[in-house]
Design a protein around this ligand. Structure first.
Ligand code: SF4
Length: 371
């Protein structure tokens, strides 16, 4: 594994992860590595030079440490975590619940139990939400005062497949103000897809857009080749939880006979304009079509397991967890199951599982604190 943390940063990060409950050195290393790929970034400041000011770039990964410190702070006082007042047994299962549960049952339990005040990747997540609200597939292509090229790389737009979708008849838009939610009483299900269209053959189809942030920090604009290699590796890996979400729309929405669904991944990074305002820049796109005769078993299995979990309020938690997935998970600061120390998961999430272990402070760092 390669990382750019200083020796002391690494020792401190490792110490914090051990306090959080990790014990496997390989897992700790992978977790730190992934944290760095999320939070490590190239920044710059302006320096005076012979011909005026020039940009001096430097690399910073201090946010990795800050994120772990935040997790420690949360886990020191679990009683302070705000509970959500939600009667899970009486409420319906949403498409998002199915997606969360498929992604990870602990993520579902945590997001149903607590107000997640400190989600991972908050800035990028908000930028993604902003994109979802503003850069809609159908209308309002870019926010006011911006041009297309500022938001989309020329290789992303125009796009033949996207244009084909846009030329179909729009039947429903989940972004519209009326926020109609589709209900299926038999399945005790609610769902709100991004769009329903009718194609020229008269077939109805769903479209779901996902905005995926790729941090150019670690790979950096200075290493475009490595960045592209990584993008190509993940571009056509469509997540099972997104497939479950679309499949639930296809199968459970009864108002229309949905023949297929289209999953669109927009890949974006955060760019900076001359005023140093940060804005999202979409640099790649990938598309997957899911037909109504596919992924039946995946949806049924996910739905049944979720129903069991809700009725029993406990389940066996599958281990080992994947440190790459956990380090990027939105609710990871609240989660104790990522350490592999718990075989059982409860609903609501058991605050007794949220605790820190005693680990002696590393000798290597003691002189720093005594200074
Ligand atoms: S941190 Fe890992 S184990 Fe915990 S909820 Fe997220 S993905 Fe699941």
């Amino acid at each position: 594994m390669t990382h750019k943390l200083s020796d002391k940063q690494y020792v401190f990060a490792k110490f914090m992860l051990e306090r959080i409950g990790f014990s496997d050195p390989k897992k700790i290393d992978s977790y730190i590595n992934k944290l760095e790929s999320i939070y490590g970034k190239y920044l710059y400041h302006l320096r005076p030079g012979k011909y005026g000011y020039y940009k001096h770039h430097y690399y910073s990964n201090s946010e990795c440490i800050e994120q772990l410190l935040k997790e420690m702070e949360i886990k020191k006082e679990p009683a302070e975590i705000k509970n959500l007042d939600c009667n899970i047994n009486r409420s319906k299962i949403s498409a998002t619940d199915l997606s969360n549960f498929q992604f990870c049952p602990a993520s579902y339990s945590l997001s149903k139990s607590f107000e997640i005040e400190f989600p991972t990747n908050e800035d990028e997540r908000l930028a993604g939400i902003d994109l979802h609200e503003k850069l809609r597939l159908i209308d309002q292509p870019v926010p006011e005062y911006y041009e297309d090229y500022q938001y989309f790389s020329p290789k992303v737009m125009p796009n033949e497949s996207i244009d084909k979708i846009r030329s179909c008849e729009l039947i429903y838009s989940g972004h519209s103000d009326d926020y109609t939610t589709f209900k299926n009483e038999e399945k005790k299900y609610v769902g709100q897809p991004d769009y329903i269209f009718k194609d020229p053959n008269g077939d109805h189809f769903i479209v779901e857009e996902k905005y995926r942030y790729l941090n150019p920090g670690k790979f950096s604009d200075f290493n475009e080749k490595e960045y592209k290699k990584y993008l190509n590796k993940i571009k056509y890996k469509f997540h099972k939880n997104h497939i479950v979400q679309i499949k639930s729309y296809i199968d459970y929405i009864k108002e229309y006979n949905i023949e297929y669904g289209v999953l669109i991944y927009w890949f974006y990074k955060l760019s900076e304009n001359y005023n140093r305002d940060i804005y999202p820049y979409v640099h790649d796109v990938s598309i997957k079509v899911i037909y109504n005769n596919e992924f039946e078993i995946l949806l049924n299995r996910t739905h049944n397991k979720l129903l069991d979990f809700i009725s029993n309020q406990r389940m066996r938690f599958p281990t080992p967890t994947n440190p790459n997935k956990c380090a990027a998970c939105v609710v990871n600061k609240y989660c104790s199951h990522k350490t592999d120390n718990y075989n059982e998961l409860k609903l609501p999430y058991d605050k007794n599982d949220i605790q820190l272990k005693y680990i002696p402070f590393p000798d290597e760092l003691k002189s720093d604190t005594n200074e």
